[in-house]
Design a protein. Structure first.
Ligand code: PLP
Length: 367
């Protein structure tokens, strides 16, 4: 049987892309804040309903750069239930990650457990809107305000997510996005940093261009994360079809929920009222006792049927060798995160998934 992959990249129309490439060739301007770069930043601000954005070459460098721009040092409170780049961005800045357990209702950092992890060295909180599920941004901000901490959201999964009509990207001091090929919206490789004022945007633009603030002035040890014109043009085209892609994902999510609602031992998240979800992932959680098989038994049985799920996130970041020696990485500090990591499978989810594919995945799980 044909393979059903866990994801599939959203690709622009090739003829339309060719037309834009022709424009770029004619202009002979291929990178360094060219016209497509400017147009993509403006179009993303409009789509995402945010005032300022800076493009980056991937979703990891904006995390690293945000920490630098806010001069974060010492310890940062974060979640172990994420992609490893979240914590790596702290390591690259010489910051000690402090892992806090997650809320089983969302998979996001549990606000009830943040205060106990704060020490005199804590300078910031780095939460993740995991699977695009909004964090409790109000409670996190209240804690940050009480202790004078910055908040940087890793919003790599949260492209286009809104709460009561407001972009989730407005929360905290800054938010980062990833436009990697596997994400809801992609520029092949790419990412962005979202900020709230023009001064910060300017500083970030210096930092992603070696720290250059003018022809002869370097104001900081900046990195190179400039996005070229080809990726910017590709991004402009993909932005036009991202709403259709999200709608197709929603139909797949609804079909999964309908098909799996009576399967004992399988649970999943439902939509939250007031939230515009992006259906970036469809995680299910396997209760081995009730389901009759372990998560890994199901995962490998699916693979035998050529249905590729993904154990995402497993293992936890706190289990990798770089981080497992940290006191906060102790498994008894993170019981909920361990339970989720050991029971999760992300089912195939992308814009081109057909209802027949969804039904094949459901049947695989039922049998
Ligand atoms: C994808 C992802 C990143 C990193 O993005 P890249 O574009 O691959 O560098 C960071 N955090 C999370 C949660 C991600 O899923």
């Amino acid at each position: 049987m044909e393979q059903i992959t866990v994801t599939s990249p959203l690709l622009p129309n090739l003829d339309e892309f060719n037309d834009l490439l022709k424009e770029i060739w004619d202009s002979k301007w291929i990178t360094n804040n060219g016209s497509f770069h400017k147009r993509l930043e403006a179009a993303l601000c409009e789509y995402l309903k945010v005032p300022y954005i800076s493009l980056f070459t991937n979703g990891t460098l904006p995390l690293i750069t945000a920490l630098q721009a806010l001069r974060i040092t010492g310890e940062v409170i974060t979640t172990p239930y994420s992609f490893v780049a979240t914590t790596h961005s702290l390591w690259w800045n010489g910051i000690k990650p402090v892992f806090v357990d997650i809320d089983p209702a969302t998979g996001n950092i549990d606000p009830d457990k943040i205060e106990a992890a704060i020490t005199p060295k804590t300078t910031a909180i780095m939460p993740v809107h995991v699977y695009g599920q909004p964090c409790d941004t109000e409670r996190i901000q209240a804690i940050a305000d009480k202790y004078g901490l910055k908040v940087i959201y890793d919003a790599a999964h949260a492209f286009g997510v809104e709460v009561n009509g407001e972009s989730i990207l407005k929360a905290g001091d800054m938010s980062t996005l990833s436009f990697h090929a596997t994400k809801v919206y992609n520029t092949i490789e790419g990412g962005a940093l979202v900020m709230h004022d023009a001064k910060t945007k300017q500083r970030i633009d210096y930092l992603k261009n070696f720290g250059f603030a003018g022809e002869t002035e370097v104001v900081a040890p900046g990195i190179n994360s400039k996005v070229d014109e080809m990726r910017s043009a590709y991004g402009l085209l993909n932005l036009r079809q991202v709403d259709d892609a999200i709608a197709a994902r929603r139909r797949a999510a609804e079909a999964y929920r309908e098909g799996l609602k009576d399967v004992e031992g399988i649970t999943f998240f439902n939509d939250t009222p007031g939230v515009r979800h992006n259906y970036s992932y469809f995680p299910i959680f396997v209760d081995a006792e009730k389901y009759g098989r372990t998560r890994d038994e199901l995962y490998f049985a699916m693979r035998e049927q050529n249905v590729l799920g993904r154990r995402y996130f497993y293992p936890l970041i706190s289990e990798f060798t770089t981080y497992r020696g940290l006191p906060s990485a102790a498994p008894d500090n993170l019981p909920v995160a361990h339970r989720m990591a050991n029971s999760v499978i992300c089912l195939p989810m992308h814009h081109a998934l057909s209802i027949e594919d969804v039904n094949r995945v459901i049947n695989c799980i039922k049998n």
